[in-house]
Design a protein around this ligand. Structure first.
Ligand SMILES: NC(=O)c1ccc[n+]([C@@H]2O[C@H](COP(=O)([O-])OP(=O)(O)OC[C@H]3O[C@@H](n4cnc5c(N)ncnc54)[C@H](OP(=O)(O)O)[C@@H]3O)[C@@H](O)[C@H]2O)c1
Length: 342
């Protein structure tokens, strides 16, 4: 650590713990939740690595987190940002093999919206040279979730439903589904994105803002019989879609892009049609999936990014020192990820 600076620029959280609200991953002004700071560069302990940031992605989970609405509590004064790409510049005992490597990482020790991030060696994936720093910043959370959830869909039949299909994760799942010979039914809000989703692999596209969206979905559902609904929106329309699905359907809620709480209107379907409502969280998948299966998924993810079957659409690059002032405006474009740069 001798050639490293003692302090670094970081975007730190302004609050501790949970907020008790459920307002969704939208922000009016990043300054409501985070602030600029000069803080000490963290020192890696046993099994940890220090990473010099190249790029970090801004995921909905980052926004839920800084607002105190995510599955783990905030720590006031600690850098925000879960996922990124960078170079391992220092290692603790047992993590020496990663020294000097360019890695994709999920930050578990000190967040990614900083010049240096700290995490466990197991939370790093050395990157193939063909993978760009932008793709490296979004190499773990969404791609592994896509691999895991499309596998759930595949276990239940050919067709499956994907909401918020214009999201990065939605596009990854449609493409993967098509490549596996499945029939993704994509739900989008904006009619102008129908052709885009078809080019990404959707067999059918439903525009949720059209008045007859549910009846159109019901007709497609009767024909294709999707048994899995991979849902990032989780609002009342989601409930209506679930109700229009066939016997044995599973509503897998993995995101809460809408702040509207859905009301269950047909409980009898759970009893008489063997339908189920469940959640998916990548963190739990990582804890419960054997390491060999995770390594196979990681290798497939990198292969797909390396040969161009998957890519990260980027809407804007925002420097670290502009997050507080510019992030909220950058997030208003809905055609790709905002990528943070040092
Ligand atoms: N559970 C897990 O383990 C896990 C892991 C990874 C991601 N996720 C979740 O997966 C979802 C997608 O993540 P991402 O990184 O792919 O997102 P993203 O690329 O940032 O895209 C989100 C898109 O969703 C659409 N959207 C936003 N609010 C919506 C609403 N109320 N109703 C319908 N659509 C809405 C918008 O597209 P349009 O403007 O085109 O509609 C927006 O661009 C998020 O909910 C995230 O939290 C969960």
């Amino acid at each position: 650590m001798t050639d490293l600076p003692k302090s670094m620029f970081a975007v730190i959280q302004k609050f501790d713990g949970y907020s008790g609200t459920a307002t969704g991953p939208a922000i009016e002004d990043a300054a409501d939740w985070v602030e600029n700071a000069e803080i000490p560069v963290p020192t890696p302990g046993p099994g940890q690595v220090l990473i010099k940031l190249r790029t970090a992605s801004v995921n909905p989970s980052d926004l839920h987190f800084i607002k105190g609405e995510y599955g783990q509590p905030r720590v006031k004064g600690a850098p925000a940002g879960f996922e990124g790409c960078g170079d391992v510049v220092a290692t603790g005992a047992g993590a020496e093999a990663l020294k000097g490597q360019r890695v994709a990482f999920v930050a578990s020790g000190s967040g990614a919206w900083a010049e240096y991030a700290l995490t466990q060696a197991q939370m790093c994936i050395p990157l193939r040279p063909e993978i760009s720093d932008d793709d490296g910043a979004a190499q773990i959370v969404n791609p592994l979730t896509a691999m895991a959830m499309v596998e759930i869909a595949r276990s239940e039949g050919e067709a499956f439903v994907v909401s918020a299909a214009t999201s990065q994760l939605g596009k990854l799942m449609c493409g993967l589904g098509r490549d596996l010979g499945l029939k993704p039914i994509a739900m989008v809000r904006r009619p102008e994105t129908v052709d885009l989703l078809k080019s990404h692999g959707a067999a059918e596209v439903i525009v949720t803002t059209e008045d007859d969206a549910v009846s159109k979905f019901a007709a497609i559902s009767a024909q294709l019989k999707p048994r899995v609904f991979l849902d990032a929106v989780s609002d009342q329309l989601s409930e209506q879609v679930f109700c229009a699905m066939p016997n044995g359907a599973r509503w897998v809620s993995y995101g809460k892009l809408s702040s509207e709480p859905p009301k269950l209107t047909q409980m009898g379907q759970l009893i008489f049609m063997s339908k189920q409502i469940e959640g998916f969280w990548l963190t739990k998948w990582m804890m419960s999936t054997p390491p060999e299966a995770q390594m196979r998924a990681v290798a497939e993810v990198q292969a797909r990014f390396a040969d161009g079957r998957w890519k990260t659409d980027v809407s804007a690059h925002v420097p670290l020192n502009k997050i507080v002032s510019d992030l909220a405006v950058a997030l208003k474009k809905s055609d790709g990820k905002v990528i943070i740069t040092p």
